[in-house]
Design a protein around this ligand. Structure first.
Ligand code: ADP
Ligand code: MG
Length: 702
């Protein structure tokens, strides 16, 4: 347990961070590593050798016997393969060794990771390459080295490689633009991310009794509890003692790993919570979010909880997301999305804001796709988290600012408004310039954008790869336009370009309620895409505009895009396939057993009652029996259809066709089965069920 007074010392105690490097590395080596991290320059082998030796020494002192290259293949999970530091000596002993080569490059067998047809299965070789910009750390007795993962031919097989590429592309275009706008001392621009993570906690013993949670991460059947989230009594509510102990433990484990966990609170749904870290450089933030999810599960296990990260673990109850707070910051310390005191005159801010607006408008389909998964499809478009239609919320202040740009007027700021709360004892403070809009998928929140569509279970790498690249492209496009208009010396020319851009892209701006049917109609009128499911959106990934965007900026080759297309579709179909099989088994075995034993008891009861009480009508018992019987007949029919359609799906081969079939037919079949399964569950008493109900799972935590 970390004492509060020791926190500043203990934070990051398991991380080979800048402080450790400065203390332990020779000055010139430290400088070389720093240059690589800051500027993205190449690292020489002698430097790597020295870093490796120092890293090993530090790791062994901290209890590590092994090292592993840690990477993020297309499974969406992290991967690791551990080697010990030991090396045999002539006299039969061992020494602990770790070379620069071992640090820089690994050679895991890549054949069993998804490649989407990028290489034949027999072409096994893959490489992992050290990413010095994300610090190594110690976990469970091993030194973890964050790495990028590629095939023998150099194609990216992971999420880190394209993310790093996209950060560089954005930096390159932004620096060029800033130089044009007169900010000539900027050399690099960093993408920053803070990803708020939502999750559910349920009792571990309950979790183990549900095949659906074990195999698919979400419940496939389950009658709604008599109380849901309608009382709105969980959001920001008092954290229960046991949950609080879990959160405390989680914070500590994260802090040791250098993850700046900052905020924790109860979320909207019962048993749902959130953790938000302080923002970091995109690539480190993505690594840290992967680690956070892992540590959340591990610590939950210790506290006899199961941590559910699925986007929609419970039907009818709010799902979980991962709000991606995103901004861009120069190496001179300017947050380019900070409006400052006089936003109307802050030209870099206006230009970068315009680039983001244009990017979200022009690339909405692939942005939507960047967060698509079988799990997240249940969330987007349901009346809770952001709708599947992408729009931007800018708030009153920015809306006013943009209007003045559009009309060529000088901007009059709304000014700071004093908050008066009507009791003199309360302090006075100034109000924020914008209220919040929880329904917007992409919202300006003061000095950053919050992309609210990412799902809770998947890496935020994808969302940021697309966002960075799309914004890089718009900056490049604006650069050309501005240069042609002679923007370097003329404010008027810049404002004229901004006006044109706004005219072209204002359809994406929407400050109203994104949950309403009116918005769906209005969005359609504006020509904004409403891509409700992954298969709907998928073709955009390999469209001409997408291929052009990603190849132009060196993020993905056409082949890499196609491989990701295959992987995503396959993953989607496989997820639903497993769900279908799991549902069939749970209904046929577990639920049916419950129904039958209750029916048996009811029948026995009727017979017995009639034998004691001549002429007894047994209205209640036979009424229930009849209801169950009728429902079972329909459930059986629906189950049969699900089973047949799932078999049909297995026979199809074209990836998009298969995914579409799962989406349109199998998911619909599952809804039908669920309707009757839930009706049965609502009738039979809990004790007849071999698995816990929604009510038990959601309201049992202390
Ligand atoms: P809010 O409560 O309005 O969402 P917070 O200040 O609590 O705003 O921030 C939410 C998340 O946004 C946190 O993870 C925070 O670190 C992150 N964040 C703040 N500033 C930035 C920034 N410049 N770039 C990226 N993320 C940021
Ligand atoms: Mg937020």
């Amino acid at each position: 347990m970390i004492e509060a007074s020791k926190l500043t010392e203990e934070f990051g105690c398991l991380v080979f961070n800048d402080k450790v490097m400065r203390e332990r590395l020779p000055k010139d080596i430290y400088k070389a590593v720093h240059k690589t991290i800051e500027r993205g320059t190449h690292l020489e082998l002698d430097v790597a050798n020295c870093v490796a030796a120092t890293m090993k020494e530090w790791a062994v002192e901290n209890g590590a016997t092994h090292f592993t290259h840690w990477f993020q293949p297309m499974t969406g999970l992290t991967a690791e393969k551990h080697d010990s530091f030991i090396s045999p000596t002539d006299n039969g002993g061992v020494i602990m060794e770790f070379s620069g080569k071992e640090l820089v490059k690994g050679e895991p067998d890549a054949s069993s990771f998804p490649s989407g047809g990028l290489r034949a299965t027999f072409e096994a070789r893959g490489y992992t390459a050290w990413d010095p910009s994300s610090p190594a750390f110690i976990k469970d007795g091993s030194l973890y080295i964050p790495t990028a993962f590629c095939s023998y031919g150099g194609e990216a097989l992971d999420k880190k490689t394209p993310l790093l590429r996209s950060m560089e592309a954005l930096s390159k275009e932004a620096v060029k633009m800033l130089h044009l706008l007169g900010e000539s001392d900027v050399k690099r621009v960093n993408t920053t991310i803070g990803s708020e993570q939502e999750y559910f906690l349920i009792d571990k013993d309950y979790y183990k009794k549900r095949k659906d949670l074990l195999f698919t991460g979400r419940t496939l059947i389950g009658a709604p509890p008599t109380k849901g989230q309608e009382m709105e009594d969980h959001y920001f509510g008092v954290i229960k003692p046991k949950v609080s102990a879990y959160m405390h433990d989680l914070d500590e484990e994260l802090w040791k790993l250098g993850i700046p966990a900052k905020t924790k609170h109860n979320e909207v749904a019962p048993s749902q919570h959130e953790l938000a870290p302080v923002f970091e450089t995109a690539n480190v933030a993505v690594d840290h979010n992967q680690l956070t999810m892992e540590v959340m599960k591990k610590v939950a296990d210790k506290h006899n909880y199961a941590c559910l990260l699925h986007e929609k673990p419970f039907e009818g109850i709010n799902g979980s997301g991962k709000h991606n707070n995103w901004s861009i910051c120069t190496d001179t310390g300017i947050n380019l999305l900070d409006p400052g005191k006089t936003p109307g005159e802050n030209i870099p801010f206006l230009v970068f804001l315009m680039a983001v607006i244009a990017a979200v408008d022009d690339y909405a389909p692939i942005l939507r796709l960047s967060v698509a998964s079988a799990g997240n499809d249940h969330r987007l478009g349901g009346n809770e988290a952001p709708p599947a239609i992408i729009s931007i919320f800018v708030g009153d202040e920015l809306a006013g600012l943009l209007k003045s740009v559009e009309q060529g007027e000088t901007y009059q700021s709304l000014g700071k408004v004093q908050m008066v709360m009507g009791a003199t004892v309360l302090p006075h403070f100034t109000k924020d310039n914008t209220d919040r809009n929880r329904t917007s998928p992409f919202a300006f929140t003061g000095n950053k954008f919050e992309f609210r569509m990412p799902g809770s279970a998947v890496s935020v790498a994808n969302a940021n790869i697309v966002l960075n690249t799309a914004v890089a492209e718009e900056i490049a496009r604006l650069y050309e336009k501005l240069e042609k208009a002679g923007a370097a010396g003329s404010k008027d020319a810049i404002f004229e370009v901004l006006r044109e851009e706004l005219e072209a892209h204002k359809r994406i701006l929407f400050n109203g309620n994104g949950y309403t049917d009116e918005w769906v109609k209005e969005a359609e009128k504006r020509g904004l895409p409403n891509l409700k499911s992954l298969p709907d959106a998928m073709p955009y990934w390999i469209s001409d505009s997408s291929v052009e965007l990603f190849t132009k900026h060196g993020i993905f080759t056409k082949e890499e895009l196609e491989s990701r297309y295959e992987i995503l579709l396959e993953n989607y179909s496989k997820s639903i396939h497993i769900e279908s099989l799991t549902m069939q088994e749970m209904v046929r075995k577990d639920l049916t057993e419950g129904i039958i034993s209750y029916e048996k008891d009811l029948s026995k009861e009727i017979i017995q009652k009639k034998s004691v009480l001549e002429g007894a009508e047994c209205f209640l018992e036979s009424g229930i029996l009849r209801e169950l019987e009728e429902n079972s007949g329909k459930m059986c029919k629906a189950l049969l259809k699900l089973s047949e359609d799932t078999k049909t799906a297995e026979e199809k081969t074209d990836a998009l066709e298969v995914a579409n079939y799962y989406q349109k037919t199998v998911l619909a079949d599952m809804d039908e089965v669920r309707k009757y399964a839930d009706a049965a569950e609502a009738i039979i008493p809990d004790k007849y069920l071999s698995y816990p109900t929604y009510g038990q799972m959601l309201f049992s935590l202390r």
